[in-house]
Design a binder for this molecule. Structure first.
Ligand code: GLU
Length: 304
């Protein structure tokens, strides 16, 4: 399979959609990112690396960090996690307060913001320093020891994150947050501000492709069953209120972020990541989704 050629042609075709989305601006620092950026990487389990465009440039991975939180939380508390957070698609915006209210403080899934706040609370309970633990985990998965949080993005989100703070207060009111709201949102905003490139993200997702085992060291991070469960949540909940559309067009488990990144896995074969900052109404990268759709169409590789 000529993945390199496929990535390059997919990038070209996706570029025709330039201007049809908007760079996220509700976190002011994100609005500064040049809209024309595009990068894509694919790393196969045999170690082959394919990349095009700005695949080596770091960007704000935002909600893609929720995958690292979920993997860590599953490692720490196993199935008990799902007593505090559900596993159904939300069918609502990712920061919905309404849903959290009528479901009595149990977030619908780990990838909406309320769910990730609960994951953060779990990490705070079981780890000495949740911020460092997530950073170290991402460094280990990606093989990049110099990954960092972006302090300006974290501060920008802290200054404008009233809805997330409201969600945390709701969770607290329902007894589903054990730490102070301020401590939980501070860690959460830092997790979202993690900067990674497409190449680093694709490598970081390889253990999910490999049924829970880090390919370079052979170390098992999740059991086969835990990996199945995490991947199922990626498929059904990984793309905000557009998970059905993503499964329909792309057919891979994955996760997107409002920074315009998407990471996705083809179990047993490869992991891929794409970045283009212009997002659609739901929060998913317009050109990123298109490029992934072309990748799975032209390779004939998807989970279906
Ligand atoms: N930090 C963002 C927020 O909480 C994450 C949004 C996202 O990427 O879905 O609003």
């Amino acid at each position: 399979m000529n993945y390199q050629q496929i990535l390059e042609t997919a990038a070209q075709e996706a570029s025709l959609l330039a201007g049809s989305g908007t760079v996220a601006s509700y976190i002011p620092e994100l609005a500064k990112v040049p809209p024309e950026r595009f990068g894509m990487a694919l790393i196969a389990l045999d170690g082959q690396v394919y990349a095009t465009g700005d695949a080596g440039e770091r960007f704000s991975i935002q909600s893609i960090s929720k995958v690292f939180l979920l993997a860590l939380a599953i490692r720490l508390v196993g199935e008990d996690l799902f007593e505090r957070v559900g596993k159904e698609p939300s069918g609502n915006p990712f920061n919905s307060l309404v849903q959290l209210e009528y479901e009595h403080g149990i977030p619908r899934n780990p990838f909406i913001n309320a769910g990730a706040l609960v994951l953060t609370d779990v990490l705070l309970e079981h780890l000495p320093d949740a911020k460092s633990a997530v950073l170290d985990f991402a460094r280990r998965l990606s093989g990049s020891p110099d990954l960092e949080y972006d302090a300006a993005v974290a501060a920008s989100e802290r200054a404008t994150g009233f809805t997330n703070i409201a969600l945390a207060n709701f969770l607290k009111a329902h007894g589903n947050l054990r730490h102070p709201v301020e401590q939980v949102v501070d860690a959460y905003f830092h997790h979202c501000s993690l900067q990674m490139s497409c190449l680093e993200l694709a490598r970081a997702f390889l253990f999910l492709t490999n049924h829970g085992v880090l390919p370079n060291t052979g170390e098992r991070l999740l059991s086969v069953s835990q990996t199945k469960r995490l991947s199922a949540i990626l498929l059904t909940c990984g793309f905000y209120d557009e998970a059905g559309e993503f499964a329909f067009r792309v057919g891979l488990p994955g996760k997107s972020g409002v920074g315009g990144g998407i990471a996705a896995i083809m179990p047993g074969r490869w992991a891929t990541a794409v970045w283009s900052p212009e997002i659609n109404h739901y929060g998913n990268s317009v050109r990123g989704m298109k490029a992934l759709e072309l990748l799975t169409t032209w390779t004939g590789e998807s989970i279906f």
